[in-house]
Design a protein around this ligand. Sequence first.
Ligand code: SF4
Length: 459
Amino acid sequence: MCGIIGIENNENASILASAGLITLQHRGEESAGITISGMKKMKTFKSMGLVSKIFNEKILLNKLPGTAAIGHVRYTTSSKSSLINAQPFQINCIHGNISVAHNGNITNFLKIKKKLLRKGAIFNHTSDTEILLHLIAMSKGDLADVIMNSLRKLRGAFSLVILKDKTLIGARDENGFRPLVLGKMGNSYIIASESAAVEVIGGKYIRDIKPAEIIIIEDGQIKKSFLYKAVRKKQNTCIFEQVYFSRPDSIMFSKTVKEVRVKMGEYLAQQMNGVKADVVIPVPDTGYFAALGFSKQSNMVFENGFVRNHYVGRSFIKPSQCLRDLTAKLKLRPIKEVIKGKKIVLVDDSIVRGTTSKKIIDMLKNSGVRKIHFALSCPPIISSCYYGIDTPSKEHLIAAKYSVDDIKKYLDVDGLTFLNLDNLIKSCCINGESNVFCTACFTGKYPTKVLKDTREESY
Ligand code: SF4
């Protein structure tokens, strides 16, 4: 999973891009990068780690002057995490200097890569995005034609920001898997993965970029906006963005993610009508608003039952088994006074492998909780994602192997309820329109053809 941002026609472009990337940091903590242009020669600066560590004042002011910028934060599995795959990817080709930042996973990239290799193409990275650079370099025509012809060859998930000189381009795949929004600030346009990034840097959210839309912006003007495919398929926006990934203050389908999560909690409470408990407690942070909705619907008391340590980064946890074992305790600590001797409804967003949930439940029990009914704000995850979310392969998904009853026994809880798919969709949809989501990780029904080995380079 990744976060992307682009801003044009602004002399503080790199500073604003870095602030936008900090807002999108939850979408990827492993590397970050910014390409700047519009004043001097196009330049890209990227490194491993958090945005605030990489882009200090010295780098932003001295090394990245310019009026147009794109930025990227990246998340991968540890084995593929390396600087070589950090984005944006900048190239020099027949069309000049071009830089690309991508969120998603191109599902037909191996097929295209093989064709390109046969033609003599050389690859420097191991990520799917690199094929787009080759397609751009080989395409003919003006900028709009080049981007359109390149994107027509791709399948799967891609939200993109592209920079060429001072021109900013945004594009989204025909299914609209990953979010991408358009915003405005004074005489500058902003394109970002989430509206929160636009608003934090002082801009105003205008609208979502449409599935299959390419938008070309220069000098504070939208020069062109069109669909790269005349007839597009129905939209399949990732519903898991609403459950877990996106920020609660971001807008999706005209509603904040917070509103949607509160609704999920209300439906969960309806499903669990008759379950009695002393308090409802969220697993921080993503269980928070669903627990609030649950409390509202059930009239059950809402309490914060955990202290969350925000200073535990992924990179700190990964290196040793000893630290991995301590992960749950380092991140979350139950507040004994809140839970001791109580019967609780514990609300979390999802169960993936089951190991983290087990650790949290064990912690609560060791802190003296009397009974736990575990409530999840999405259905059981039974299939992997091929569209840019790093869910583990099917054999590591607990719900793909075990029944709800077996999971309940493994977790050793008194009750276990998953929000059902109908209620999840009802929570997310607007104006009764429910047919716009990808729900493949809950159903196994993928909206596009997927090849298993494309997950090898997924991010
Ligand atoms: S498979 Fe799941 S995580 Fe992936 S895009 Fe579809 S809903 Fe989102």
